[in-house]
Every structure is written in structure tokens, then in C-alpha cells.
Ligand binder design. Structure first.
Ligand code: SF4
Length: 510
């Protein structure tokens, strides 16, 4: 019997799925329990990633980077394993000393989760339910429990950690601090309960060793536009060299993923720290990725609308390369956030650059047109309830939505979530009980728009056996029908129910 791994890296079940190959379907993990039976939800939207000998064949990008940095720091492949929660019991053995859990929104309090939970009010969100189930299970084992990832700030409170049986929380980038921290734990040394990582120089970021879900490959970190509420906005902007990126794409190709997603906060500004893109750098990257044997199309994780607006030729060039002779659309995510130039100036001055904030509504309208003309489908976010937002600000966003009515895009309003104070308090965040009639109308307009687009998009995700396709279709039809009904009420500027009480599942009961 082989020895059990010393270090196991895992994430809750909602993070360990291919979501039927659909990046947008992954957002359903932010849904509350109680809309669909759990078994139907997981069969239809989030079945487990493929696994081999107890190890996950595909995993989240963050877990893969931590795996790679541990391997570069003296641990062997036998000592480190990335594991789906379903295989934990058989993989944890006497030799296992650390189980590290990654995640993006462990407690289910970030947008869009908090908003879906507050509005729908059927139960706690799937990501929270599955994380709590996992951490409680692991904390009963004779191992050190470490939690990290984008959502780790939510747990960096000794009271929360004690309740959940978490020994250490790691916040921030992990390439430098995680190997140090894990070695100290294994030597039995005193390690702070909360460890804060530092920005990693690009040459210290390792190549991934195992494949990432959706073939995602990180090409840059940070953003450089400096919006006040945004975590990537606070990170230093760095870009990985092309050769490094190509190696990561190759790893995913070998695992059978032929549609890489290049991940950056603004893919079109790859290779520069200035606002103006370096066209030759971006084109070179896309051309070299497209030239790899087996690549069928290139998607992107995010673009900035101001970059699209100011560089339509670059968008055209990149699009021609990215489709790789296929007829498929190019997926991406982007932030509209508001139709109000005043709000943009206050919180997101850099978002419209090199134009001034007053051009923002025009930038949004024109850039979505440019993306559509070039075969892109963006999923856009709107921020609702930023501190100091007025009725007039919301009306300006409604005006903008009117102009976007026919655009082929998903537009998702997100409630502002404050990172100030305890993650267990919603006092400083925006919640349904603070909504104005104009907010409800905005939600209704967006929902109606999204239902129309989701009907078209969902056809592309009908994959798998006859039963799986049937269950997926059934679940989608039910969700979209309910959303249509809901949208009609919201568009009148009315809440669909009484929201005067704070919803008990808005924050976790630990
Ligand atoms: S443009 Fe987007 S990623 Fe960049 S700082 Fe602003 S919100 Fe963050």
C-alpha cells in the first residue's frame, strides 16, 4: 500500500467541477439551496471533475499553482496530491499532515452569492454549504487544516477559525509564503494563525504541473486601473512571459482541453503596465497560443471595455486569431458597474481611461457593439448600492440599460459587499432591505435581458448522456421560467416579497 500524501490540496465540491464545459454555468454555484433538489443541481450543473487514483485530473488554477510551487520547493509528487472532496477519506492517511482548502468565496458572502441568497431566500448558498461540510469533515481528522485562496480574508479571524477547526489561514499570493509556512508546520514550529503572502515576482511564479478546469491559464496579475472596491485593482500589475504561458497551455492540451481561456483582468493589455495596449505583444501571444497543435479556439477571462472602445483594430485582430477558423463565439467577462459618470469618477476614475469618466456610457455602448461585431459574448457586471449611490445614479444606469437592450451579452447586477469589519456582518454592505424602487426596476430589466440570452446560450451546454442532457434541459427550463416571472414583477419597481427582515442565511451560522 503506497504512503498517503503528506499534503492534500482540495476545494469544496462547487469548485471542483467542469460545469458542463460552461464558464458561465459555474456561476450557479452561487445559487441558494432550495430552488432545485441538491441531487438535480449537482447532476445538471456541477458534476465532479474526472479523477484518477484519488487525484483530480482537473482543478482550480489556484490549487494548481500551489501544487507546482510545493513541487519546486522540494516536495515530491507522492507527497502532494490535489484531491476532490469525494476522495478525501481514502486519500488521507497516517502520513497526511496538512489538508489545505482553496476557494473563492468560502462563506458565500461575496457577490453575486450574497445577492442571490438575499433575493431568492430559499436557503444558504451551495458554495457555503459545501465549504462548511468540507472544513468540518477535515477538522475531525488528525491533520493541520489550512485555508487559502481569494476568499480566505473571510476566515482570517481567530474566532471564526476556532469555530470551524481551522489551524491557519493564508491570505494573498502564496508562491513565496506557502512553501515556507508548510515546511514550518511539518517541522512542528510555531506558525502564525493568519499568514499574509506577498506579491510574487513573475519569475517566481511556477508553471502548472496538472491541468486546470476550462483550460484556464493565468497570463497576468493585477489590473492597474485602480478602482477603489476591487482586489485585483490593489495588486501590482505583472505579466508572465509568452513561453511560460505556452507551457501552461500545453499542460491543459495534454489533458484534452483544446479551448484555452487566457486569464487576466484585461487580456488586451497583456505585456504593458500602461493604459495604452502594446498591440504587438497581445497579437504575438494570441498567435503563438493559436499555433499550438490542438488549439481549437481561445477564450479570455476578462477585458476592459475602455480598452475595447479605444482599440477596435486590436479587438478585430485578436478575434480573427482567437476563433481559429471555428464559428464559435469568444467568451469573456467585463465590468460595466454603473451608467453614472459621477459614481465612476468617485470610485473608478481609471475605468474609462484614456477618456474622462463622462464618456463612460458611450464607451460601454460602443464597446459592447465592437465585441458583438467581432463575435464575442461578454458577461458584464453592474455594481448596485455603492456607498453614496443616489436615485439619479441608478436612473442613469437604467438609461444605459435601455441602450443595451439588444446587445448579445449577459448583464448581472451585483450588490456592493464591504470587506470592512467582520465577514459575519452585513452592516456595511448593500442588501435587499436597502433597495429603492429604481434598484428593483434595474434588477428586473437585467433579468429579462439575461433570460433572453440564456435561452440561446444554454443550448451549447447540452452535453453528456441522454439522461444528463434531459436533466440539464429540465433544470434550465425551470430556472428560466421562474426568472421570467420574477422579472415582470421587478420591472414595475416592486419587490416580489417582503424584504423588511434581514434574511437569516445572508451570513453564515457557524
Ligand atoms: S477595471 Fe476591473 S479589475 Fe481593474 S481595478 Fe477596476 S474593477 Fe478592478
Amino acid at each position: 500500500m503506497p504512503a498517503a500524501p503528506t499534503i492534500i490540496l482540495t476545494a469544496d465540491e462547487t469548485m471542483m467541477s467542469k460545469y458542463r464545459g460552461g464558464m458561465f454555468i459555474g456561476f450557479t454555484t452561487c445559487m441558494p439551496q432550495g430552488i432545485l433538489p441538491d441531487w438535480l443541481y449537482f447532476r445538471a450543473f456541477a458534476p465532479p471533475v474526472p479523477r484518477r487514483n484519488g487525484r483530480a485530473v482537473l482543478a482550480d488554477c489556484g490549487l494548481r499553482i500551489i501544487e507546482a510551487i510545493l513541487l519546486e520547493n522540494g516536495f515530491s509528487e507522492e507527497e502532494v496530491a490535489v484531491v476532490h472532496p469525494k476522495d478525501l477519506d481514502r486519500m488521507i492517511g497516517e502520513e497526511t499532515k496538512i489538508v489545505a482548502i482553496g476557494g473563492h468565496d468560502h462563506l458565500g458572502i461575496n457577490p453575486p452569492t450574497s445577492e442571490f441568497v438575499d433575493l431568492v431566500r430559499t436557503g444558504p448558498p451551495y458554495n457555503r454549504v459545501k465549504f462548511l461540510e468540507l472544513v468540518r469533515r477535515v477538522s475531525r481528522k488528525n491533520v493541520k487544516v489550512v485555508v487559502g485562496g481569494k476568499g480566505a480574508w473571510q476566515l482570517a479571524d481567530p474566532k471564526v477559525m476556532d469555530k470551524l477547526g481551522i489551524d491557519h489561514v493564508h491570505v494573498g499570493e502564496g508562491e513565496i509564503s506557502v512553501p515556507r509556512m508548510f515546511k514550518a508546520i511539518l517541522r512542528g514550529e510555531e506558525v502564525p494563525r493568519v499568514v499574509r503572502g506577498e506579491d510574487t515576482p513573475v519569475d517566481k511564479i511556477p508553471n502548472i504541473r496538472g491541468a486546470v478546469i476550462h483550460g484556464l491559464v493565468e497570463i497576468s496579475r493585477g489590473c492597474g486601473r485602480g478602482c477603489k472596491f476591487c482586489t485585483p485593482g490593489m495588486q501590482k500589475l505583472r505579466h508572465k512571459p509568452v513561453d511560460h504561458i505556452l507551457k501552461d497551455v500545453q499542460v491543459n492540451l495534454q489533458a484534452g482541453d483544446h479551448r484555452p481561456i487566457l486569464h487576466a483582468e484585461d487580456v488586451l493589455r497583456y505585456g504593458t503596465t500602461k493604459i495604452e495596449p502594446r498591440e504587438e505583444k497581445v497579437v504575438e501571444l494570441f498567435e503563438k497560443v493559436a499555433a499550438l497543435e490542438g488549439v481549437k479556439k481561445i477564450d479570455t477571462s476578462h477585458v476592459a471595455l475602455a480598452t475595447v472602445y479605444h482599440n477596435p483594430d486590436l479587438v478585430r485582430k485578436v478575434s480573427e486569431i482567437a476563433v481559429c477558423n471555428s464559428k464559435e463565439k469568444i467568451g469573456t467577462q467585463t465590468g460595466i458597474e454603473t451608467g453614472s459618470p459621477e459614481l465612476l469618477e468617485k470610485y473608478m476614475y481609471g475605468k474609462a481611461l484614456p477618456s474622462p469618466p463622462e464618456k463612460w456610457p458611450e464607451i460601454v455602448e460602443q464597446s459592447l457593439g465592437i465585441l458583438e461585431d467581432n463575435n464575442w459574448v461578454p458577461a458584464c457586471t453592474l455594481m448596485v448600492g455603492l456607498p453614496g449611490e443616489t436615485r439619479e445614479d441608478v436612473l442613469k444606469t437604467l438609461e444605459l440599460m435601455d441602450k443595451l437592450r439588444d446587445s448579445f451579452s449577459l448583464i448581472v447586477p451585483l450588490f456592493f459587499v464591504s470587506m470592512a469589519g467582520s465577514a459575519l456582518s452585513k452592516e456595511n454592505s448593500f442588501t435587499a432591505d436597502k433597495m429603492l424602487p429604481e434598484h428593483w426596476e434595474l434588477l428586473g430589466v437585467c433579468l429579462e435581458h439575461d433570460v433572453k440570452i440564456a435561452h440561446k446560450l444554454s443550448r451549447g451546454y447540452e452535453k453528456g448522456s441522454i439522461l444528463e442532457r434531459f436533466l440539464f434541459r429540465l433544470a434550465v427550463r425551470y430556472l428560466l421560467k421562474s426568472a421570467e416571472k420574477y422579472a415582470k414583477i421587478l420591472k414595475r419597481g416592486e419587490p416580489p416579497r417582503d424584504y423588511s427582515e434581514t434574511w437569516r442565511y445572508l451570513t453564515p451560522e457557524l
